[in-house]
Design a binder for this molecule. Structure first.
Ligand code: DX5
Ligand code: ZN
Length: 226
């Protein structure tokens, strides 16, 4: 059966943006046609880096109409989920590896009013999600070990995408880490819908042009899919 995947979207990840000019950086990709912004939350425990918290999400919420996709790379996410949704997150993803009770955490996100995603690290098999696929609104597969932007794409993720797509025909699949114009088509052909890109968008001479180019490559890859 051919999976029904009507669209593919590139999600600029602001981790690679200039935080002193965050409003302008977001406005540039919004004007270029982005539908969602990816926001990385790191706590220095679950991952070896610290990024931002609910006050920054709240400011971003005031600055843009874009859907806010908040990726929690933190321990004990249940404790912070209400604050991120209150701040304006439209969807929240949590790591399977950080949740002792993933089913309950996904339900908490939904009860609080956001779309709920489950995230897997590169070493975690997709089979571990089998019993929450009916509950999750989307799944995010990490294609680098989380914590930093600008890392190399881990090629085995492509096979994980294929395996997950075989488990569910229409679940949105997001991919995050090391995405460039050279590998984005492969991720789309394997079954990804939402492509997160940080360095490839913001660490360039122009975020808007970089976004348009990657979005076009991703759409073309979807169009030629058999
Ligand atoms: C990594 C983050 C990613 C990061 C991706 O832990 O989850 O969202 O921003 O950055 P690039 O696209 O530079 O790999
Ligand atoms: Zn991320």
């Amino acid at each position: 059966m051919v999976p029904s995947r009507p669209s593919v979207q590139v999600l600029p990840s602001i981790l690679a943006a200039d935080f002193a000019r965050l409003g302008e950086e977001i406005a540039a990709v919004e004007e270029a046609g982005a539908a969602m912004i990816h926001i990385d939350v790191m706590d220095g425990h679950f991952v070896p880096n610290i990024s931002l918290g609910p006050p920054v999400v709240k400011s971003i919420r005031r600055a843009t109409q874009l859907r806010l996709d908040v990726h929690l790379m933190i321990t004990d996410p249940d404790r912070y989920i209400p604050a991120f949704i209150e701040a304006g997150a439209d969807q929240i993803s949590v790591h399977q590896e950080a949740c002792a009770h993933l089913d309950r955490t996904l339900r908490l996100i939904q009860t609080e009013g956001a779309r709920a995603g489950a995230v897997l690290n590169p070493a975690t098999p997709v089979s571990t999600l089998q019993d929450v696929l009916g509950l999750a609104d989307f799944v995010l597969l990490m294609s680098v070990n989380p914590g930093f932007g600008g890392q190399e794409f881990l090629p085995h993720t492509i096979e994980k995408v294929r395996r997950l797509r075989a488990m569910s025909a229409d679940l949105p699949i997001e991919i995050d880490g090391g995405i460039t114009n050279r590998n984005v088509a492969d991720t789309v052909k394997a079954g990804c819908n939402w492509i997160v890109a940080g360095s490839s968008i913001f660490q360039t001479s122009g975020a808007a042009a970089a976004f348009r180019e990657m979005q076009q490559i991703a759409r073309d890859a979807l169009a030629i899919q058999v």
